[in-house]
Write a protein that binds this ligand. Structure first.
Ligand code: FES
Length: 198
């Protein structure tokens, strides 16, 4: 009989195929016969092991989903046009300067990121924990005049911009959470660990 949990776990493994639990990598060289134990297990991911991600294949304007600590983390390769919307929204946002600490200090800036091009954010709404949808095109959903694209939580209508900052007049109280992370190279990031402290 098919076990739904097993099916879901298999799907998740597929979705995070480009990720690697760092703790698991360290065991590869010395424990070749124990192949199964070297896999980046769900237990390791749920337990908070940092996750290494290759970001080189994310197309301009696209989003990649990865799993870290049992949560979905989005990585968005923002175009210049997307970044250009950020300074225009101040008056429409609850916390445009990220004064409520929802990100590490090194991401307390306009783009809420280390490199402006890449937004790395936990894809969980700060209202009741639903996962918003990525609506990058203006007019992709009827959200009134001037919707510049971002993230829309359909269950209660919260909206976030392309830096994960929450709009005024919606139930979500704070910006989306930026997890600790660092760049290992131009094409690799590590989610769940940094060098500067949160
Ligand atoms: S959980 Fe997102 S608006 Fe309610």
């Amino acid at each position: 009989m098919t076990n739904n949990n097993q099916v879901n776990r298999s799907k998740r493994r597929f979705l995070i195929a480009t990720t690697t639990a760092v703790g698991a990598v360290a065991t590869v060289a010395s424990a070749v016969p124990f192949v199964v134990s070297m896999m980046p297990s769900q237990r390791a991911l749920a337990g908070g092991a940092p996750v290494e991600v290759d970001i080189s294949k994310i197309e301009a304007g696209a989003k990649l989903d990865v799993e870290w600590q049992g949560k979905v983390v989005w990585i968005i390769n923002r175009t210049k046009e997307m970044l250009d919307t950020l300074p225009t929204l101040r008056d429409r946002l609850v916390d445009p300067d990220s004064d409520v600490a929802q990100e590490p200090k090194y991401c307390k800036n306009l783009t809420r990121s280390i490199k402006p091009q890449y937004l790395i954010v936990v894809g969980i709404c700060t209202h009741l924990g639903c996962s918003p949808t990525f609506r990058k095109e203006e007019g992709a959903v009827d959200l009134g005049a001037g919707w510049p694209g971002g993230f829309f939580c359909p269950c209660h209508g919260s909206r976030f911009d392309l830096a994960g900052r929450v709009f005024k007049g919606v139930p979500a109280p704070t910006n989306l959470v930026v997890p600790p992370h660092k760049y290992l190279s131009d094409s690799k990031i590590l989610i769940g660990e940094d060098t500067e402290g949160a």
